[in-house]
Ligand binder design. Structure first.
Ligand code: NAD
Length: 489
């Protein structure tokens, strides 16, 4: 179908269509995209893809694969660097639309998050270019590890930070020589559509980088079940991760999954308590819709009272409001269904005897804000301790010694991140070894080096992305063995 008219999203022109084989393509049906800042505000009716659009996109990606994968890493890097420059140019516009679409704080999108998208493309262009194959001699042969582009790659992303998280996966896939079909989440589809405008402007060859919009169980499912796809990269909930993992297993396709989190935030008595309390309150930012957040406060008993005092003061400074406003620190939740889910956790906690220390209610009847909430659970098996809530709801538990802190921290099925506050370097090293998590931050949070491995243990994920780990995942590694004495020429 030919393209639909572009939509004016508060002064920014956005296409509601798919981007397949270098062109905008509409669907026979659409889905509504509303703003969490004001649920009456219908931002766009977005193309609702299905089996047909998935087929078109995979066919285009397959067709483009030979030429794209035959380019040198240097040549592919020219496209990626050009795209990065265009993202940098349009940061403000993309940040504005993403703020309207998913309600993440506009200032943080503008100053940090969207620019990370540009850095992802630049960093992976450089890493792929600078790859030095591992070489060694053994058994009378010279061995070399080579990377071979894998093929069409499906990238499926969640509704939180959709632009940054999509580029985090698409950049290494493209740099490695794969062609990509991106399926953004249906609750925040617009910023990824804007990415495709820039892909077009950067003159990527048709079919190299496609986006299909639609619902997970429709077009998402059709994509991950297509046997022509050679890599699947997913970020989202463990429940969906299991479904996609089954499809990947049926087609024997390597699959990486960055899933939910339930990170511990451990505070030792020797820590800078004020700094810990300030950082703890940051877990409420963006309505707590951050997978890496430390949502279980685990505090040494001797400083429990003092920490709660400081934490309450820091939390009271939060302003619940419009995410476009720089004074706002707690944004609304993404969708009425998600608000009901978050609220359901707290109501069940109340009913089961967990103690609400503060918060515990919807902020206003006509909006999607939920008050920052702290719960002291009856036991470690309480649902609010064991399951990801993905809202501004934290739990507080106390421990006596380091062994108990580690046991509590490691007691959920998740293992994405952990945060520790302590002044002891030795303790930091011991906890680094003992905690089961993909990333452990000591006296800091969200500091990221793109070359470090990133992922989760347990139900928080399969595989690692970041740096060479991602480039290896998106490649088929092969070993070249040349017998010693084979001459040049
Ligand atoms: P979700 O699992 O509901 O959806 C994620 C994506 O999967 C969406 O694009 C959706 O359309 C698609 N999908 C759903 N069913 C599908 C199917 N059957 N086949 C193919 N695709 C399908 O997750 P969400 O609610 O969008 O995001 C929130 C979750 O994501 C939380 O659990 C959060 O912790 C997690 N998350 C993890 C990370 C990380 O880096 N580990 C980062 C951000 C979010």
């Amino acid at each position: 179908m030919s393209a639909s008219p572009r939509v004016d999203v508060d002064g920014v022109s956005v296409s509601p269509d798919h981007f397949i084989n270098g062109e905008r393509v509409a669907s026979a049906t659409t889905f509504e995209d509303r703003s969490p800042l004001d649920w009456h505000w219908r931002l766009a009716d977005v193309a609702r893809g299905g089996v047909r659009e998935a087929d078109l996109a995979v066919s285009a990606a397959l067709e483009a694969f030979h030429d794209w994968s035959s380019l040198s890493t240097y040549q592919r890097g020219i496209y990626l660097d050009r795209l990065a420059d265009l993202i940098d140019r349009d940061v403000e516009k993309i940040a504005h639309v993403e703020c309207l679409d998913m309600a993440m704080l506009e200032e943080s999108l503008r100053l940090r998050v969207i620019g990370r998208g540009a850095r992802n493309f630049r960093a992976y262009a450089a890493l792929a270019r600078d790859y030095e194959p591992r070489r060694w001699d053994s058994n009378g042969t010279e061995n070399t590890v080579l990377r071979m582009p894998a093929g069409p790659t499906v990238v499926i992303t969640p509704w939180n930070a959709p632009f940054m998280l999509s580029t985090w996966k698409c950049a290494p896939a493209l740099a490695a020589g794969n062609t990509v079909i991106l399926k953004p989440a249906e609750w925040s589809p617009l910023s990824c559509s804007m990415l495709m405008d820039l892909v077009q402007e950067a003159e990527f060859p048709p079919g190299v980088f496609n986006v299909v919009q639609g619902l997970g169980e429709e077009v998402g499912s059709a994509l991950v079940n297509d046997p022509r796809v050679r890599r699947i990269s997913f970020t989202g909930s463990p429940e969906t991760g299991r479904i996609i993992g089954e499809a990947a297993a049926r087609n024997l396709v390597p699959f990486t999954a960055e899933l939910g989190g339930k990170g511990p935030f451990i505070v030792f008595a020797d820590a800078d308590l004020e700094a810990a309390a300030e950082k703890g309150a940051v877990m409420f930012d963006d309505g707590g819709q951050v997978c890496l957040a430390g949502t279980r406060l685990i505090v040494q008993r001797g400083v429990r009272e003092r920490f709660i005092e400081l934490f309450e003061v820091a939390s009271e400074r939060h302003v619940l409001g419009d995410s476009r406003d720089v004074a706002t620190s707690v944004s609304p939740l993404i969708h009425p269904d998600h608000l009901a889910r978050v609220s359901g956790f707290v109501e069940r906690a109340k009913a089961s005897g967990d103690v609400i220390l503060f918060g515990g209610e919807v902020d206003r009847p006509d909006g999607l804000w939920y008050r920052p909430t702290l719960i002291e659970p009856l036991s470690n098996s309480s649902e609010v301790v064991q399951r990801e809530i993905f809202g501004p709801v934290l739990t507080l538990q106390a421990f006596d010694d380091e062994a108990e802190a580690v046991a509590l921290a490691n007691s959920t099925a998740y293992g994405l991140s952990a945060i520790v506050y302590t002044s002891s370097r030795d303790r930091a090293t011991r906890l680094g070894a003992a905690l089961r998590a993909g990333t452990i931050w000591v006296n800091c949070f969200l500091v990221r080096d793109l070359t470090a491995p990133f992922g989760g243990t347990g139900i928080s994920g399969i595989g690692r992305e970041g740096g060479d780990y991602a480039l290896d995942f998106y490649s088929d590694l092969k070993t070249l063995q040349i017998k010693e004495g084979t001459t040049h020429g």
